[in-house]
Ligand binder design. Structure first.
Ligand code: GRF
Length: 191
């Protein structure tokens, strides 16, 4: 039985990481090995620890200069990397070790509203001020450019007349939690 060992990268509260960890807990072919974060105070640390998942905290130098993060991934036998609210660009030295084995989730319908600076509420404010009638999520493979990899999955939500950034972020989060774990499973284990 081929076993997939996942690492989740997150910089924030980690609600997506939590859903993914819970979804794969006890899964026969997929295991979440560790959560990696660049923020020592990130909420994802507490969520991972509560769920018994090891956490690796790193800084810029360990990610971009010393190769520490890549070494941590390799010696844990990680074979796929899931970005869930990770706000730094993944260095090419790591991406090239995981060709077509790294996913990211973006809270909008790429290719619009993506790229540097387009994260969190910035995305939802841009979508609303553009007068869009729908938004949603994009799950895509990661390559060297922000939000440019092959799109694996998209889901949409309607934008109502009175929509605010706060109401839209909740709708988008609900889509993320509903779809990301299953999309990861189908991407790793094509039916
Ligand atoms: C999500 O909106 C995701 O689309 C984006 O960052 C956010 C992560 O939220 N990449 P959380 O930390 O998983 O709650």
């Amino acid at each position: 039985m081929h076993h997939h060992k996942l690492a989740i990268f997150a910089s924030g509260s980690g609600s997506n990481a939590e859903q993914i960890i819970k979804y794969f807990s006890g899964h026969p072919q997929v295991q979440v090995i560790a959560v990696f974060t660049n923020k020592p105070q990130a909420g994802v640390i507490d969520r991972a620890e509560k769920l018994g998942v090891p956490v690796v905290v790193f800084d810029r130098s360990q990610l971009y200069d010393q190769g520490t993060v890549l070494q941590e991934l390799q010696h844990r036998g990680i074979d796929a990397v899931i970005l869930a609210g990770f706000l730094w660009l993944v260095p090419g030295s790591i991406i090239e070790q995981f060709p077509h084995k790294m996913l990211n989730i973006h809270p909008a319908l790429l290719p619009k509203y993506g790229g540097a600076g387009m994260y969190g509420m910035h995305v939802h404010r841009a979508v609303l001020s553009a007068g869009e009638t729908e938004s949603g999520i994009t799950i895509h493979e990661v390559n060297e450019e922000f939000d440019k990899g092959k799109i694996v999955f998209q889901a949409t939500c309607a934008i109502e007349a009175q929509e605010t950034p706060d109401s839209l972020v909740q709708k988008v989060h609900d889509l993320e939690h509903l779809h990301y774990p299953r999309v990861i499973e189908e991407w790793l284990l094509p039916p």
